[in-house]
Design a protein around this ligand. Sequence first.
Ligand code: GDP
Ligand code: MG
Length: 598
Amino acid sequence: AKVSHIRNFSIIAHIDHGKSTLADRLLQFTGTVADRDMKEQFLDTMELERERGITIKLQAARMNYQANNGETYVLNLIDTPGHVDFSYEVSRSLIACEGALLVVDASQGVEAQTLANVYLALEHDLEIIPVLNKIDLPGAEPDRVKAEIEEVIGLDCSGAILASAKEGLGIPEILEAIVQGVPAPQNTTEDRLRALIFDSYYDSYRGVIVYFRVVDGKVSKGDRIRLMATGKEYDIDELGVLSPTQVQVEELHAGEVGYLAASIKAVEDARVGDTITLKAAPAEKPLPGYKEANPMVFCGMFPTDANQFPELREALERLKLNDAALSYEPETSSAMGFGFRCGFLGLLHMEIVQERLEREYDLDLIITAPSVVYRVVLNSGETITIDNPSTLPAANERQSIEEPYVQIDIITPETYVGTLMELCQTRRGVFKDMKYLTQSRTTLVYELPLAEVVTDFFDQMKTRSRGYASMEYHFLGYRSNDLVRLDIMINSDPVDALAMIVHRDKAYYVGRGLTEKLKELIPRHQFKVPIQAAIGSRIIASEHIPALRKDVLAKCYGGDISRKKKLLQKQAKGKKRMKSIGTVDVPQSAFMAVLKLD
Ligand code: GDP
Ligand code: MG
């Protein structure tokens, strides 16, 4: 395609505002996907994404569109993930584009994620085309939402397109606006090759499939390429475009979007944000902005059945092939046995990995509560990082502890401002700003320890605002605080997998809440089970689970055969998610008890 007839764009939207549905309509209208092949939401390919209705992985699609002026254009849609955990991937896919559709639900309005992504797009000078979606809904108020976008983002909405992705309204107008409004890429075909990787996935036959945008120069099948961040070199076995299934081509030039396969072993070797150049004529400098995504949240994963340890290792190895941001290291816990300490970009990322391990690999896991990465200055002056609370050195061995802070931006209807401020305050938040976006919507800005955000903050925010508030966060840096390690003892044995790092001012509250919660969650045994929380050698809270009464047991084992069988089956199933700690069976839920304290 001629560079002047290429348009690269993405769709920016808050979750559920209709990005995937709109993408489907664009593919259909341009005949890229035949109606009969149209599954709901073609772009969300992972089963998990489909179930949760969120876009996790970036995908791209190329469409041919004959515009009203009679010319045919190539439109490359680059999809972005809709969750804060993946904001770096969002930024990489945006810089592969010259424009973006800003899709806002006309019955809702601007949300935190919309704003965060719009700011990213503006930062990279993208042309933004506002689209008000869901105008078929009786509650749609396009005029109010237009005014909101103008006020909040400062974007002219006089030409905003009214659309219903569901009913196919406004689709031709959107396609025309892309052709007219989004600039063509720069024609730098004569320069040395620089192509930006915006996504990759592992294919067991061809190795890693790399999705990229050619920024300068051109690339052909058979070329020897170099990845500028890793310095690794490969020969291109396969080159193609996504229409939206992979179709091979011989050459791609500046402005075009495509994929390549080059027998790359793991996605780690072809990271999002890296620049591809040619070995024979390498570019001088890579494209700006590359960074490695660092895990921010850690947890322990232990097979309930110790024999499954090798299977867990293999499953993690395989997931890692496809997930550069996932990290894992073997961990030995005195309470839990052998397992892995795993690192993730954020909570959603963590949940996705856990679910895939259990679903696709059929593993039964005990997962410990999420923790962040602390920086500890030892007496010697040396600084170490700790992602596992049980390894925090004793108070007399360290000078200070620092923890990561994030800025969170919440957008909420005014009614919930009070309860959300209270939530932030109980989470050690530092108030920064409050602004009225419109007459009824407010933005709240707080700085919070990341540790307080990873423990259930998002769900609390949703509950307190009845689902109406939305949030976005980004990393600020490390700050020193008075933090202590809280140890939990079950039946007098310290359980390392339950240890956590808390602020001294909250230790008593957390210790008491946790012992009470554990008392509820751990089943009764034939003996009394004491549960205690301690800081160092000082017990700060204690509870006990009374022994099981004899007659309860008797009841269990009475009854007819089939009922007994059922009961045994049920027990066997329940048992899967238990871990024996000493002589006490502890269920999975107990390890997450800390998330349920509020
Ligand atoms: P995404 O999270 O932004 O990708 O949103 P989806 O495309 O998954 O849409 C979220 C929900 O809104 C789905 O139930 C869609 O069927 C629905 N939806 C999308 N577009 C429209 C629309 O124009 N009108 C109505 N009434 N519903 C829509
Ligand atoms: Mg979607």
